[in-house]
Design a protein around this ligand. Structure first.
Ligand SMILES: Nc1ncnc2c1ncn2[C@@H]1O[C@H](COP(=O)(O)OP(=O)(O)OP(=O)(O)O)[C@@H](O)[C@H]1O
Length: 244
């Protein structure tokens, strides 16, 4: 008998409409524990809408999301999810440290653990020396990095990142990716949306999304092989999508 597959995120028949506009149509998807799963699709195809429902902050018009065995939305699951939204949700008038303190309190981090985690995540995103800077004075890329630090702060089992590396320079992007790979090896499940093809190549599996439908799911290699493509972009075109 084969070992049971450890599913971290189970999506079944998920649809979402805003008024008369249906933006997600009957999405069914399993994301395995420790997997780095990438969502790729043109602007407006429904990636953010989907990750918001998987993060438990929006609900489908129909269908369901089950995370680590618990149906969402469920408040107690919030502790196990690190969510980095596409637009930064930061307190601009406060310092980075004060922002981190706020989120640490929200997740019940205190004392030495809070101090260690705060220092670690800020170093990771290259902001170790900007801890006491007022966020309003940060550049766009620095704000993205602080948002990523906050998503990682409580060491969540599930990490949901909506275009996390926009505005981040290639060197730092590389070190962030090697950290994501390390977290995945340690058991963290990572769902990431991206427009960047070399990031898509780093995902264990990809879901290609177009006009609210999941048009293909597979490893970058499998998707390329199936379509006889050299690049993911080409494979996407083959499935009837467009990379942007
Ligand atoms: N709250 C909302 N009310 C009405 N329409 C919405 C709402 N949120 C999203 N939409 C619509 O849903 C569609 C999908 O949007 P979504 O943000 O999920 O796309 P996306 O693939 O993440 O795009 P991008 O890559 O540009 O971030 C768009 O047509 C958008 O206008």
């Amino acid at each position: 008998m084969s070992a049971p597959i450890d599913t971290a995120i189970r999506v079944r028949g998920l649809s979402r409409a805003f008024g008369h506009q249906t933006v997600l149509r009957d999405i069914t998807l399993d994301i395995q524990s420790s997997e780095i799963f990438g969502l790729l699709g043109p602007s407006g195809s429904g990636k953010t809408t989907l990750v918001k429902m998987i993060a438990g902050i929006d609900e489908g018009t129909s269908g369901e999301v089950v995370m680590l065995g618990t149906k969402l939305p469920n408040l107690s699951m919030m502790e196990r999810i690190g969510y980095m939204a596409q637009s930064d949700a930061l307190y601009e008038e406060l310092t980075a440290k004060e922002n981190l303190d706020f989120f640490a309190a929200l997740f019940g981090l205190k004392g030495a653990i809070k101090k260690t985690r705060t220092a670690y995540v800020m170093e990771l995103v290259g902001l170790g020396e900007h801890m006491n800077g007022i966020v309003a004075s940060y550049s766009g890329g620095m704000k993205r990095r602080l948002s990523l630090a906050i998503a990682l702060l409580h060491d969540p089992r599930i990490l949901i990142l909506d275009e996390p590396t926009v505005g981040i320079d290639p060197l730092l992007r590389k070190s962030i990716w090697s950290e994501l790979e390390k977290l995945s090896r340690q058991g963290t499940t990572i769902l990431i949306t991206t427009h960047v093809m070399d990031e898509a190549e780093k995902c264990h599996r990809l879901g290609l999304i177009r006009e609210g439908r999941l048009i293909a799911v597979g490893s970058p290699e499998a998707l390329k092989q199936e379509t006889g493509s050299f690049t993911i972009e080409e494979a996407f075109l083959h499935y009837g999508g467009a990379a942007r």
